[in-house]
Structures are given as structure tokens and as C-alpha cells.
Write a protein of this length. Sequence first.
Length: 160
Amino acid sequence: MKRNDYISWDDYFMGISLLSGMRSKDPSTQVGACIVDKNNRIVSIGYNGFINGCSDEDFPWTRDGEFLETKYPYVVHAEQNAILNARGKSLEGCSIYVNLFPCHDCARNIIQSGIKKVYYLVDKYADTDSIKASKYMFNKANVELIQLKPSMDKIEIEFK
Ligand SMILES: Nc1ccn([C@H]2C[C@H](O)[C@@H](COP(=O)(O)O)O2)c(=O)n1
Ligand SMILES: [Zn+2]
């Protein structure tokens, strides 16, 4: 008889996003993204981090202060890394699972890539203009937004 306590596709893909986000070195917000096609095949994964081929030590993780001395001009967002890690594969009709609601810049890239559904967990910057612009664009572009309510609080993984 088959097991009944297997995880759903949604929890699986969001779990993979969260696991991917655990690779992030950002001390305040770790974001992971997982892009999935219509056949539930994972097309690409990403997390927020600094640009490839450079030492992380050359960039700051600071949030406050002079813009150029903060992380903001340098960090590549999880969604953008996931899109770029697909290396030009078609993302038409795909879904993206991301633990944090996409900012306006990621929203533009998500829409342009052909992704049609965004599954997210938290929307902690909902009051910002970036997120308002993001929702406006998603709405105009008919991209479906789905706040996932996972069927469990945590998934435990044991290495043994
Ligand atoms: N949709 C998003 C939004 C933000 N990020 C990244 C960019 C930063 O590394 C971090 C946000 O930092 P905070 O301002 O909360 O200290 O999350 C992303 O990857 N995707
Ligand atoms: Zn973003």
C-alpha cells in the first residue's frame, strides 16, 4: 500500500525554495526561488547573493547608510538568479515558488520571461512602493499570485 504522508507538489517546491535560500549569505533576509514547468519539472533554482566570479568579501551585507556601501546595488535577487540560471531555456507558462513576494525589478523579469504563476509565502514589504508596483504589473500582465498556506509548519531532513 502506498504511503499517505508524502508532501504535496506545492510544499515540495516551496521547500526547495527555502532550502535554496539557506545558501544565501545575507544575514537579514534569505530568499530562495524555484521555477517549475507545467509538468512539475524543476527548470531552475536560485537564491539571493552577490555576482558570480567575485569574492563575497569585496561586497557589504549592510542594510543602512550610503547606498554604495550597502548590499542593495550589488545583490542579485533569488528570482533573477533562478531566471538567469535557466540559461535561456524557455520559461513560458512556468510557475515560480519564492518565499518572499517579488520586488518590482523581479516582477518585470518574471513577466518578461513568460512565467505565469507566482507562489509566495510572506509579503513582509507589502507597504512599500516596490511591492505596490510589482502587484500592479503582475495584475496588468495577468500573472496569477498565490499565497501558499503550507499543509505543515516544517519539513525535517535528516542526514544519516
Ligand atoms: N523578492 C526578493 C526580495 C528581496 N530579495 C533579497 C535582496 C536582499 O538580499 C534581501 C532583502 O534584504 P532586506 O532589505 O530584507 O534586509 O532579499 C530577493 O532575493 N528577492
Ligand atoms: Zn527582487
